[in-house]
Design a protein around this ligand. Structure first.
Ligand SMILES: CC(C)(COP(=O)(O)OP(=O)(O)OC[C@H]1O[C@@H](n2cnc3c(N)ncnc32)[C@H](O)[C@@H]1OP(=O)(O)O)[C@@H](O)C(=O)NCCC(=O)NCCS
Length: 321
């Protein structure tokens, strides 16, 4: 019997069935992994999850093995879209089999949810050994890089504002609506709008901005480090770099985009340079960002400014089921 249970699979249960005490050890481990791997303080997000678990309002699945919760993934449904919000299997149990079991359960759960036609996920905590992603017939996969720069490298970056034909500001509320228009225009036909369909429309871009400004999923919005470029000729916003704090001493670039008509003259560089300087001044020793591997122009820009990639993770989209 003992040998049999050693090779048996974990039990898949609904997240709503588990109690707070059961999830706590796993969340404590996950907090450490986020810090070590991404210099990211996950405590705020974990606390939010705990509050939802407490009232049995967190949807998704968990893996239980020998009475211990060893993995979980929660989901959020927004209209026709299902989102896998977080996915984590403890390091002692992060086998390809266990990860596929958990991912299969949450994806199937969403596919069976009335009205859901599309599922999006960015799985930064997946260990990467899965040979075949569940429901692969409906899947599109884009790999993404996690890149970091040390703040000490930033002061050496030369200013380029002069040649850009723009004035630079820090974030102000009044720019919000124009930045929503900028995001929708900058990502038209872009690979990232296949990963995140909010980029495809102005209402979607507004929603995206509200999320990064008001909610902690991508860190705490840092308005004073976020840079906005306004075109001298048109007086309109033509580029933006939005930032957040993901721990006391690490910053994150949540968005960088420039209007197609004014690319290649240094606006992206200058926006990012200003944001990096401001983040450094705010006490950051490192700054990170994520970028899709096929976005080679952006990667070239980041590498030229000192960013180096430290992890690869998949962005997975299921559609047409
Ligand atoms: C990525 C993006 C922000 C870059 O913006 P950009 O303003 O075109 O970037 P820059 O002009 O600063 O740099 C791009 C190139 O122009 C060059 N350049 C910079 N200053 C220049 C200048 N004064 N004169 C001529 N060329 C210049 C840069 O060296 C760079 O060249 P490279 O491609 O050989 O490295 C922009 O392409 C964009 O919005 N893309 C869509 C959204 C996106 O992918 N965002 C990133 C998501 S992670």
């Amino acid at each position: 019997m003992a040998a049999l249970s050693d090779v048996s699979l974990p039990e898949v249960i609904e997240l709503q069935q588990i109690g707070l005490g059961e999830l706590d050890p796993l969340l404590a481990e996950e907090i450490n992994v986020w810090t070590q791997r991404f210099a990211w303080d996950f405590r705020g997000s974990a606390e939010l999850l705990r509050r939802f678990v407490q009232v049995h309002a967190l949807h998704g699945h968990a893996l239980r093995w020998r009475r211990e919760v060893i993995g979980y993934a929660y989901v959020v449904v927004e209209g026709r879209k299902g989102l896998i919000g977080d996915f984590y299997v403890s390091s002692a149990h992060a086998s390809a089999t266990n990860e596929a079991l958990l991912l299969g359960a949450v994806v199937q759960g969403l596919m069976l949810t009335s009205g859901v036609r599309r599922i999006e996920s960015q799985l930064m905590m997946l260990s990467g050994g899965m040979s075949q992603i569940p429901f692969h017939r409906f899947l599109t996969r884009h790999d993404r890089l996690f890149m970091e720069v040390t703040a000490d490298a930033v002061p050496a970056l030369k200013p380029r504002a002069g040649s850009t034909g723009a004035k630079f500001y820090t974030w102000e509320e009044r720019f919000g609506e124009e930045i929503a228009h900028l995001v929708a225009a900058a990502y038209r036909g872009h690979v990232d709008s296949e990963i995140n369909d909010q980029y495809r429309t102005i209402p979607g871009a507004r929603h995206f901005l509200t999320n990064i400004i008001r909610f902690p999923g991508c860190g705490v919005f840092a308005p004073l480090s976020s840079a906005v470029a306004v075109d001298d000729r048109t007086g309109r916003v033509c580029g933006a770099c939005l930032t957040s704090m993901v721990s006391e001493n690490s910053g994150h670039v949540t968005q960088l985009c420039v209007l197609p008509a004014v690319r290649g003259v240094g606006l992206g560089y200058e926006l990012l340079r200003r944001s990096l300087l401001n983040l450094r001044q705010a006490g950051c020793t490192t700054v990170s960002l994520t970028v899709t591997c096929s976005n080679v122009d952006a990667i070239r820009l980041y590498e030229s400014m000192g960013f180096r990639s430290s992890a690869v993770f998949p962005a997975l989209v299921w559609e047409g089921f």
